[in-house]
Write a protein that binds this ligand. Structure first.
Ligand SMILES: Cc1ncc(C[n+]2csc(CCOP(=O)(O)OP(=O)(O)O)c2C)c(N)n1
Ligand code: SF4
Length: 288
């Protein structure tokens, strides 16, 4: 059985020292090992951003895709090979700005994928612009007078879109994060795990200390029932989206793959996808 170290390749991450994304990577490795996966049973598909680099650092199948498009690729991978455990990952800009259309539809489609968002509430890779997750008044180069837009609440959106698994964690809480990723990987359906993952270089507001002061851990509410969707929505609103833990899980709804009629992944795998030069030219001509 693979250990968590065997899910690490020899590429040195070029994240800034202290970036929250290091712990997210560690948690993915630990969760994969804890549930008994081998590297060849896992695929990590990421978008573009500092966080998007994660697929390059994990010893598994991987694809560093394009901005906001981790989910369409991950869904294709899962449909083509249901045996694979598929993780999609990226930043809040990737998933909740340019990729938001894909996020909402992937949630309601409910393929068996675990989507891990590294939410640093800023665009890190492009050197610090305001993201849809930034608070009103947030000052960056793109909003020098402070953001005048409302902050997007991905947890509320996920619940309204019919999510079957919604969780939130903090990259400093490796234990909670690992156990939520494990639960997401085991969940039969789409799991959204939003992770507060501080950008120590460009976000000087939402720091590790700021998150520690503002996070509300669901462990404080022993009677909380994650199968109750209305209670989940209420708790998200009451805590202004700052809650961490398993927020909602619907164990009854079947994943898309189990519902789609007539889909045969074996037939897809056997399909000859080679294209002759002549057929390729014909195809091109159709678009001229
Ligand atoms: C189509 C397209 N538009 C814009 C960009 C430029 N771009 C690259 S990463 C990024 C945002 C990064 O922020 P986020 O997704 O939150 O990830 P982080 O770097 O903070 O981890 C942008 C706007 C791009 N690569 N492709
Ligand atoms: S710029 Fe921010 S998000 Fe990017 S690696 Fe550095 S700390 Fe992490």
């Amino acid at each position: 059985m693979a250990t968590f170290k065997e899910f690490r390749n020899n590429v040195k991450p070029n994240w800034c020292p202290g970036c929250g994304d290091f712990s997210v990577q560690a948690a993915i490795q630990r969760a994969a090992a804890n549930i008994g996966l081998e590297p060849e049973q896992l695929a990590v598909i990421s978008g573009i951003g500092c966080s998007g680099r994660i697929s390059g650092y994990i010893n598994a199948y991987g694809l560093h895709g394009i901005h906001g498009r981790a989910l369409p690729i991950a869904q294709g991978v899962k449909l083509a090979n249901r045996e694979l455990t598929v993780i999609a990952s990226g930043g809040d800009g990737d998933g909740f700005a340019i990729g938001m259309g894909h996020t909402v539809h992937a949630i309601r489609r409910n393929l068996d994928i675990t989507y891990i968002v590294m939410d640093n509430q800023i665009y890190g890779l492009t050197k610090g612009q305001t993201s849809p997750r930034s608070a009103e008044g947030f000052k960056t180069k793109s909003t020098p007078e402070g953001s005048i837009e409302n902050t997007l609440s991905p947890l509320e959106i996920a619940l309204s879109a019919g999510a079957t698994f919604v969780a939130q964690s903090f990259s400093s809480d490796l234990k909670q994060l690992t156990s939520l990723i494990e639960a997401g990987l085991k969940h039969k359906g789409f799991s959204l795990i939003n992770v507060f993952s501080p950008c120590v270089t460009f976000n000087k507001v939402n720091t590790y200390d700021w998150f520690k002061e503002n996070i509300v851990n669901l462990d404080q509410f022993p009677d909380y029932d994650p199968s109750n969707r209305i209670a989940a929505m209420n708790k998200i609103m009451e805590t202004n989206g700052m809650l961490t833990g398993l927020i909602y899980q619907d164990k009854e709804r079947k994943p898309y793959e189990d519902l789609v009629v007539g889909f045969k992944p074996e037939a897809l795998a056997k399909q000859d996808l080679t294209l002759s030069r002549e057929d390729f030219d014909k195809l091109l001509a159709e678009f001229k």
